[in-house]
Design a protein around this ligand. Structure first.
Ligand code: NAD
Length: 266
């Protein structure tokens, strides 16, 4: 049995993670953290998310004991990431991170921590999206010299970062596959007199609205034909189940920074 701690237990993803851990016969919820002043402190994690009691009272990270804890899962906010990483390094705990929108400093903290503990970091834990990245890389290798590559993503109205971490993972994966420098070729939105499109660019377009869980399309547009590769997530449970799969995998890995591609062996 794998004993897992969910940081940010009351978030949209945290709630799905608690359900996914409860549904999986090989995992159990060790603990769930909430913010210092949360009204949910002391409430049972299962009751808080509308399932049966889990015999785990929601608490702060500072009060969380590490006895019998195997793996931590963190889908929270970039600003609290380095604190969470320090805690995992201090207790030598593997961590699965889903938080997106990291700045350069937070990325450095992640790399540093991975010298001491095993970390899985993925912008998207769904199996389908990781396959999409692989398919987009293969398509780019065949069509990238002549087709224009555009990435279009849509998410719910509450999302605070753009383009999505998944869209960026797609763009970076494609750039790597066809040996382009992503930072030089990425175009984040267009407005006004833009001039003609440069063939080697990778464009991003963002849509925000309603309760869209996460749609991503990679468009390869050539003269006379185009390919559109699309993935649509209809439930956050797909990410939660993928993160639990990653937690099972990372438990026995040496220190290092891993992706969902590593977890899936793609
Ligand atoms: P959310 O705002 O619903 O949840 C974040 C939660 O973190 C909130 O409940 C907040 O109270 C909590 N939190 C913040 N600081 C905390 C702290 N110090 N201790 C405990 N809890 C704390 O957001 P969400 O939709 O659940 O998304 C969270 C993150 O996960 C975002 O960055 C999002 O982009 C990302 N995400 C990633 C994937 C993926 O597959 N990688 C999928 C969905 C969402």
């Amino acid at each position: 049995m794998l004993s897992i701690s969910v940081l940010g237990a009351n978030g949209r993803m945290g709630r799905n993670l608690i359900k996914a851990i409860a549904e999986d016969p090989h995992t159990s919820l060790h603990s769930g953290t909430v913010r210092e002043a949360s009204p949910l402190l002391g409430i049972d994690a299962g009751v808080a998310v509308g399932i049966t009691e889990q015999n785990v009272k929601l608490d702060t990270l500072t009060n969380t004991q590490v006895d019998d804890l195997n793996v931590v899962i963190d889908f929270t906010l970039p600003v609290v990431l380095s604190n969470h990483l320090d805690w995992c390094v201090q207790h030598q705990l593997p961590i699965v991170i889903g938080t997106t929108g990291l700045n350069a400093e937070q990325q450095v903290a992640l790399n540093k921590a991975s010298q001491h503990i095993p970390i899985v970091f993925a912008a998207n834990y769904s199996v389908g999206v990781n396959l999409l990245i692989k398919l987009a890389q293969q398509t780019a290798q065949v069509m990238g010299d002549s087709a224009d590559i555009e990435i279009i993503e849509a998410h719910h109205r509450h999302k605070i970062d753009a383009p999505s971490g998944t869209a960026l993972a797609l763009g970076k994966g494609i750039a790597e596959a066809i040996e382009r420098d992503h930072d030089k070729v990425a175009i984040y939105g267009r407005e006004g007199h833009t001039g003609e499109r440069k063939q080697d660019t990778i464009g991003y377009a963002t849509v925000r609205g309603g309760d869209v869980v996460g749609d991503h399309t990679v468009l390869f547009a050539d003269i006379g034909e185009r390919i559109e590769l699309t993935h649509k997530a209809s439930s956050r449970m797909t990410f939660a189940k993928g993160a639990v799969r990653a937690a099972k995998w990372v438990r026995n890995q040496p220190a290092g920074l891993y992706s969902m591609m590593d977890v899936l062996g793609l």
